[in-house]
Design a protein around this ligand. Structure first.
Ligand SMILES: [Zn+2]
Length: 250
């Protein structure tokens, strides 16, 4: 059993039995994996704080050929992103981001692009970039990278281009519907402004460095949130944490 050396970001960690922890990791070169940290629940354990959610670690792993779980031999902190765990608002936004990654990506499907997206987004959160902007961009990008991005360049059914002020987006068909095609379907659509659709479309392809050029009105922010929440729920069949609701009720 050779030692596998990689780095990864801890997505989730929960108790397993009396002494161990089951840890979900997004690894730089293995994708999303599950690992077991033996003895991680004992008072004096060799892992310290390295298995806390959002921590970026250097990892030493073992895996038996007939086992889907990796055994975590060592975990050394590269970046703790500790500010996220000290601020409830940041914690909620980062949890939502990790939740989306857990639900939208399969196990052991390596993607350097997704790893960088997660890593850069956590970095942007601790450096003070507005969290809602990061969450929107991150979700739009994750869908796009996973091949599930909304098709916003024309009607998904007839390819017609649209310049209307209000346009329907079909959750089931993953994109825009023109008025004619919309009349033929029942339900499952959200209506959004042309401005909102232009922002989402642009954010599917731009680098995060350009995000500060955008100032989004409250109505565009509300529409982007509504579309992403509904579409991700439609794809995963599960509701993700509604961060804004918690934050606004604080
Ligand atoms: Zn159409």
């Amino acid at each position: 059993m050779p030692l596998i050396k990689t780095s990864g970001i801890i997505l989730n960690s929960r108790p397993m039995g009396e002494y161990d922890r089951l840890v979900e990791i997004f690894s730089d070169d293995l994708g999303k994996i599950d690992g077991i940290a033996k003895g991680a629940r004992s008072f004096k354990n060799r892992f310290g704080g390295s298995l806390e959610p959002f921590t970026h670690c250097r990892l030493g792993l073992f895996r038996k050929s007939n086992n889907s779980l990796y055994r975590i031999e060592s975990a050394d902190i590269i970046e703790s992103f500790s500010r996220i765990r000290e601020d409830l608002t940041l914690l909620l936004y980062a949890s939502r981001m990790v939740d989306a990654l857990r639900k939208l990506t399969p196990l052991e499907d390596p993607s350097k692009t997704l790893f960088s997206l997660l890593h850069n987004s956590l970095g942007a959160i601790v450096s003070g970039t507005p969290v809602e902007t990061i969450l929107f961009y991150y979700q739009i990008q994750i869908l796009h990278i996973a091949g599930l991005g909304l098709r916003l360049d024309g009607c998904v059914r007839c390819n017609r281009e649209m310049k209307d002020t209000k346009i329907a987006i079909s959750m089931a068909e993953g994109g825009l519907l023109c008025t004619l095609c919309h009349d033929r379907v029942s339900g499952g659509c959200v209506v959004a402004s042309g401005g909102t659709i232009a922002v989402i479309r642009k954010w599917q392809s731009i680098s995060p460095h350009y995000l500060n050029r955008f100032t989004l009105s409250n109505s565009i922010r509300g529409e982007i949130k509504g579309i992403l929440d509904m579409y991700i729920t439609h794809i995963t069949g599960k509701r993700l944490v509604d961060v804004q609701r918690y934050v606004n009720s604080k």
